[in-house]
Design a protein around this ligand. Structure first.
Ligand code: ADP
Ligand code: MG
Length: 432
């Protein structure tokens, strides 16, 4: 006869077959609430680039208008470009809730830099890549503006379909690469790179030529592309995007913008880079969860999901969807859980005012169910929780856990399997 654990594993496998539908919803949610790969601000990316002999303009960073003014004077440049620092792109065409239009401004007058910075710092900048309300600007970059005689697009990415790094470029000015790929795919050039051999000079030259660089500019662009690729590899990036990768009338190839994403699995060997993550654009609740080694993902429904492990989280959310409900969030406890973490987890889950029911789905393999049960009981009592709980626990020490929960006199509904749990949670919120 199948053991309860085997039965749960089987149910889980069945639930996982429903995964693809959930993934679409999850990726939407993850985009809104969490960053999968570390992403640095432009000024941080440009510092890495200039340290590796990639050409960027001279710049300073400021977090007050007064500092921005001082920086503009210190730059002593013919023209200055002031750029709001947020992780999203499309800043040039963005709008601030101070009324100021444009997250990128050019001026010759340092005083204007101060005035503009005042309307940027502390305000939200909305672009087509941010949520509607925009993202708060904490810092601005004050850089020497260079005339741009021609703009191109260049990116280096880890591409699954190429099983490795690929250069992507387009000679087209001011493009949105996704739109371009759909409308004019012939204007996008790719160069697949063998990660073991590294970038060949012929590949860098070909990309430079495809981007439309001619004469001495071609070898300069190829040299910049090679340096960018070597940096990409050295820092364990998943993407380096330079848009615009441009040229000046004086004959210089310059990276005018920079967006670098990093492989979170490389954190252990890229400590300096990960230390630069200011987390200022994370949801505060995510940071709070991370402090306790918990993973929190916010969604937009009303059933909170308390689970261990990402696969189970996805299966739980999917089965809620299938039964006509909507998850409000999920919180992944991971393995090796301590009672205090369970308490924190409940605090986080119920901080969301949308939550009308909590579905607990814990598969006690590494996790001891009794620890979870004790944690839940304590959290519910201390937080004076009124939200009904639907609980399905299975695995290590489950009988002890059931006893703890039964004796707790909490508003708990037990479930016999995942589907039963989802149905009961959906029924609870439907009644409200
Ligand atoms: P975003 O991609 O977020 O809109 P960019 O850094 O690409 O921000 O800036 C938008 C536009 O501003 C660029 O496409 C370019 O035309 C102009 N620009 C950016 N940096 C400079 C600079 N240093 N000198 C002159 N123009 C610049
Ligand atoms: Mg750009």
């Amino acid at each position: 006869m199948a053991s309860p654990m085997a039965a749960q594993a089987w149910k889980l496998l069945q639930a996982l077959a429903l995964l693809p539908r959930f993934l679409a919803a999850r990726s939407r949610a993850v985009q809104l609430t969490s960053r999968r790969w570390l992403s640095l601000q432009e000024y941080q990316s440009k510092k890495l680039m200039s340290d590796n002999r990639v050409r960027v303009q001279r710049f300073f960073v400021a977090d007050t208008a007064n500092e921005a003014l001082k920086a503009a004077k210190r730059l002593n440049a013919k023209e200055i470009v002031l750029k709001a620092q947020i992780l999203a792109g499309g800043r040039g065409k963005g709008v601030f809730n101070s009324g100021l239009k444009g997250g990128v401004h050019l001026t010759k007058d340092p005083n204007v830099v101060g005035q503009l910075a005042k309307q940027m710092i502390g305000y939200n900048l909305a672009t087509k890549q941010t949520p509607k309300e925009g993202v708060k600007v904490n810092k601005v970059m004050v850089a020497e503006a260079l005339d741009i005689s021609r703009e191109t697009y260049l990116a280096i990415l880890m591409d699954q379909s190429c099983n490795g790094p690929v250069l992507v470029g387009s000679p087209q000015e001011g493009i949105d690469i996704e739109e371009m790929a759909a409308s004019n795919p012939e204007l996008i050039f790719k160069e697949q790179i063998d990660i073991f051999e590294g970038i060949k000079d012929s590949q860098a030259q070909r990309m430079a030529e495809n981007l439309g660089f001619v004469g001495p500019l071609k070898s300069q662009a190829a040299d910049q592309i090679t340096k960018l690729y070597n940096l990409f590899l050295k820092i364990d990036a998943t993407q380096v995007e330079v848009n615009p990768f441009g040229e000046t009338p004086e004959g210089q190839v310059v990276c005018f913008d920079a967006k670098i994403n990093f492989d979170d699995n490389a954190e252990f060997q890229q400590k300096d880079i990960f230390a630069m993550d200011d987390k200022s654009e994370n949801e505060p609740i995510e940071n709070e969860a991370a402090n306790y080694d918990l993973k929190y993902i916010g969604l937009d429904g009303n059933i909170a999901c308390f689970v261990n492990d990402a696969g189970l989280a996805m299966a739980t959310c999917d089965i809620i969807f299938l039964n006509g409900g909507k998850p409000a969030n999920f919180l992944d406890l991971g393995g090796g859980v301590k009672e205090a973490q369970v308490y924190q987890a409940f605090k986080l889950l119920t901080a969301d005012p949308k939550v009308e029911a909590i579905l607990v789905n814990i598969f006690g393999g590494i996790v001891n169910c009794a620890i979870i049960a004790n944690g839940i009981t304590k959290a519910c009592q201390e937080l004076e929780l009124k939200v009904p709980l639907v609980v399905w626990l299975e695995g290590t020490n489950v009988q002890e856990a059931q006893k703890i929960l039964n004796n707790s006199r909490l508003p708990i509904t037990s479930a016999v399997d995942l589907e039963d749990a989802a149905k009961k949670a959906v029924a609870i919120v439907a009644k409200k």
